[in-house]
Design a protein. Structure first.
Length: 184
């Protein structure tokens, strides 16, 4: 069963809520926080949709749960938010082209049939991804202009793990590797 919750920051119970960071200061603060890059795909019946996200993280190993958020302004948000299942692709630097494609507004992200396929269960996915996780949406929570989506992981596929992870930091794409490891 899928549950939906809503957070209204204007009624959260603290006096600071209404005087919080504005829509320029908050993203500026997070610009200095590196995050892994993922692509989320789904098909709720009207055709495949995909978007690039840096908000994916694991929540629990047992049961296997992950979450991500989607902005209401994303053209893919309605499809992904209404789907029963999604595929979360964790990307390496070799999949930068997929990350950029799914981050670009106004393009058909599935126009090139040579870079995507469907799983046996019907979800669209990018086989080149370093790792993909298919899961069922178990909760949605409206939070401001975004929706936080909780997913129960059902299956995963892994590709080439020699690839450096793809991260996003300060409005730029980066690759992690031995060159970035700290000797502590």
């Amino acid at each position: 069963m899928t549950m939906t919750a809503t957070i209204d920051p204007t009624t959260s119970g603290t006096h600071d809520t209404l005087d919080g960071l504005d829509s320029e200061a908050f993203p500026a603060a997070f610009r200095h926080h590196a995050a892994g890059v993922a692509v989320i795909t789904a098909d709720s019946g009207a055709g495949p949709a995909g978007l690039t996200a840096t908000s994916v993280f694991s929540v629990s190993a047992d049961p296997a749960l992950l979450v991500f958020s989607i902005s209401a302004v994303s053209s893919s948000a309605p499809t992904i938010a209404s789907a029963d299942t999604v595929v979360v692709h964790l990307l390496g630097i070799e999949q930068l082209d997929i990350a950029q494609l799914c981050a670009t507004s106004g393009v058909d992200r599935f126009a090139d049939p040579s870079i995507w396929d469907r799983l046996a269960t019907g979800e669209p996915f990018f086989p080149a991804a370093a790792t993909w996780i298919r899961g069922r949406i178990v909760n949605r929570m409206v939070a401001g202009a975004s929706t936080v989506v909780a997913v129960h992981a059902l299956e995963a596929g892994q590709g080439d793990h020699s690839a450096s992870p793809l991260v996003y930091h300060d409005r730029s794409w980066h690759g992690l590797g031995q060159h970035s490891a700290l000797d502590v």
